[in-house]
Structures are given as structure tokens and as C-alpha cells.
Design a protein around this ligand. Sequence first.
Ligand SMILES: Nc1nc2c(ncn2[C@@H]2O[C@H](COP(=O)(O)OP(=O)(O)OP(=O)(O)O)[C@@H](O)[C@H]2O)c(=O)[nH]1
Length: 285
Amino acid sequence: MNIQYEEPTLGSSYSVVGSFPKSFGYGGEDQDLDPDPEEANPSASRPRILLMGLRRSGKSSIQKVVFHKMSPNETLFLESTNKIYKDDVSSSSFVSFQIWDFPGQVDFFDPTFDSEMIFKGTGALIFVIDAQDDYMEALGRLHLTISRAYKVNPDINFEVFIHKVDGLSDDHKIETQRDVHQRANDDLADASLDKLHLSFYLTSIYDHSIFEAFSKVVQKLIPQLPTLENLLNIFISHSGIEKAFLFDVVSKIYIATDSSPVDMQTYELCCDMIDVIIDVSCIYG
Ligand SMILES: Nc1nc2c(ncn2[C@@H]2O[C@H](COP(=O)(O)OP(=O)(O)OP(=O)(O)O)[C@@H](O)[C@H]2O)c(=O)[nH]1
């Protein structure tokens, strides 16, 4: 398969305000290797989040729903991705990264697949597994992908989205997560890759779980997170406010929250309030 690169078609609502500090370690080195001329630009030092997984696992849907406000039902009409689709997310000074949506059939052994270039500048690799399908093939692919990426760049955060869980009962969700977790880690142990840490999330585009999972993935890439958490702790202790989130309004992912546990209902309520405010400001704007 020939890997081609598609320029980001950035939603007009996004503007470049800032990027991750260079000291974070995602600049420079990869720029020489990347065939994309845009990478020569200093703004390209923002970290990369890769979306990988088998065909039809839901990668493009996740990217469109979270970052382009596509309604979940519209994703039924998405066409299969056949080249790497790069999307710039630069909506505030704390969230600035690129998402690379990969085609499901990417072939690591193809000479045009430059794993050095792709994985070197990567902050997080999200591997999407369709929980409504038989996931054995996906687990094999997960192992191949992460072991290859780890060899090139052991600093990548490996995130596994056990996706489309909207069709599963609560018991089935927990059982699937346990099973995927167990098998994926057994495969790593067999390959003597015990040091490689995987994080698992149950996700669906039909509820807020995908926004929550993406929030956590992005938070891990924010070097200022402890400071932000601290500031929010101080804020709630002095204001009598119960819970504080720092939101990226455009995507509704939260960049930080105070250290009390996150209750999904509170998070959903805040997301709904953001929608109301955006709708009202569109009417009166
Ligand atoms: N039930 C359910 N369906 C989903 C979910 N996410 C995506 N889908 C559906 O899964 C199908 C495939 O989604 P895509 O986003 O095109 O999958 P992809 O992984 O990008 O596929 P390729 O481009 O072929 O690699 C679509 O019909 C989506 O509507 C989800 O959370 N729940």
C-alpha cells in the first residue's frame, strides 16, 4: 500500500494561539525526517496523536465527533480513510497538537511507511478496538503496532480505546475491558515488553465517554497539568464551587480539573451548558 499524506483541512473555527514548549521534546528531530514541507514550520513542533486500528473500528468518527462537531449519526456515512489524514488542533494555548488519522489497512512492512518519522514525534498513540466485533485480529494488530512504535520511541503514551461500547450491557463492558486488558498485557509479557504501559478506556461516540477519554489522553501531554490542577484546587477551596474544569470550548475536552474525582454527570452537565452558551451566542453574536 502506498502511504500518502493529506494536508490538514483545519476547521475555520480553529486558530493557532500557541504550541507546546519546545523543551517538551517534540520539536526538531523529526522535522528532517518528515516529507511534509509543513513540518519545516516551527509550529509543527506540537505533539502528535496517532489514531490507529483496524478498518471500520471508528477512528475517523472519533476525530470528526470530538474535533469537528459532527453528530454521531452522520458518521454512518463516512467513507473509509485511504491515506493519512492530518488535523491540526490549536484552539487554545494549552491544547495544540496534531491528530493523524491512519487508514485501517496500513502495512508496517511497506517501504513507504516511515515508522521512524511517524513515531519519533508522537506523543500518544490511540489504538481503537471495535468492541462490537470479534477483537482477536485487533489485538494482534495492537501488539504489532505498539511493539513497533515502542522500539522507535519508548516515550509514547499508549492508549487503547475499547470503542462502540454503546451496544454492550454494563456487565459485558466490564468483562470486555478485563479480557482485552489481560490478553494485550499477556502478549506484551510474552514479547518481554512488560515495561510498556497501556491505558484502557471504554468509549462511544454516542455519549460523553469519548470526550472524557480524549481529555485524559490530551492531559497527559500537557506539561503544565500539575500547576493547572493546583490552581483549580485553590480556586474551589476559596470560592465554594464544588467542581472546576478547565475546558477547551471548541472540542469540549477538559484540559484539567481539580483533584476531586470526576463524576460523569457533572462533566456531561458542563458539556451541555457549553453547548447552550455557544448556541445562544450564535443567535445574538
Ligand atoms: N455503534 C457505534 N458505531 C460507531 C461508533 N463509532 C463509529 N461507529 C461507526 O463505525 C463505522 C466506521 O467508522 P469509521 O470512523 O469510518 O471507521 P474508521 O476506523 O475510520 O475506518 P477506516 O477509515 O476504514 O479505517 C461507521 O459506520 C460509524 O458510524 C460508536 O461509538 N458506536
